[in-house]
Design a protein. Structure first.
Length: 215
């Protein structure tokens, strides 16, 4: 097996607390009709991952739809438990308010970089407010979907991240909490790591990279 020289990681759900936890906090705080929200989002997500085409999530992630317009579109589809309207302005910020940093994952990125492994962020953005002030110590390259006009799981965005790192697919590990995105990376030749648990991810990265990441 070629020597692994790079780690490419997602942001939301990998370097932050799980997406489902953040969404649950938002749904509770805004007293949303949770079943209705899940039906709407399930349909939108399924369509976004079905292949080429356009839908609100696809547009938001590749930058062709402004976040404010996405907020208006999503707010129009949602309702509170008592049938009330959901404010559109600031919806995305409120949705991800409970996205909290996972410090052990940050520490792992610092550790692998200290051992000469190159690191990249590859994130499908939902108009997120990223902790960009930390990126200089965490990443050698940063690829945000809405800034490059591409989105996971499109092959082109993975190749863009690889080119930015200056590495080949077989030299990289890709970490994401969405299995579909992991399979797309594996199809290019990267080692895919489906993130579901912080400790399990750190143990697997230790095995692959030979860098101590757990106590």
């Amino acid at each position: 097996m070629p020597v692994l020289r790079g780690v490419i990681t997602d942001w939301g759900g990998v370097l932050t607390s799980p997406l489902n936890d953040a969404i649950a906090s938002w749904v509770t705080a805004e007293q949303l009709d949770s079943q209705h929200y899940r039906r709407v989002m399930r349909a939108w997500v399924t369509e976004a991952y079905a292949g080429p085409g356009t839908n609100p999530i696809h547009g938001l992630e590749d930058g062709s739809l402004e976040p404010a317009e996405f907020e208006r579109m999503l707010a129009a589809e949602l309702r509170t438990v008592d049938g009330g309207a959901v404010p559109a302005e600031g919806l995305l910020d409120r949705m991800f308010l409970a996205f909290l940093p996972v410090e052990p994952m940050y520490d792992a990125l610092r550790a692998v970089r200290a051992h000469g492994v190159r690191t990249a962020l590859l994130s499908n953005s939902w108009g997120n407010t990223y902790p960009r002030e930390l990126w200089g110590e965490l990443f050698d390259a940063v690829v945000i979907s809405g800034e490059v006009g591409l989105r996971k799981p499109d092959e082109a965005i993975y190749r863009h991240a690889l080119d930015t790192l200056g590495l080949e697919p077989v030299e990289c590990v890709f970490v994401d909490d969405i299995e579909h995105n992991v399979h797309a990376a594996e199809a290019l030749g990267m080692i895919g790591l489906h993130h579901t648990d912080v400790l399990a991810t750190l143990i697997r990265l230790e095995e692959l990279l030979g860098v101590p990441l757990t106590i």
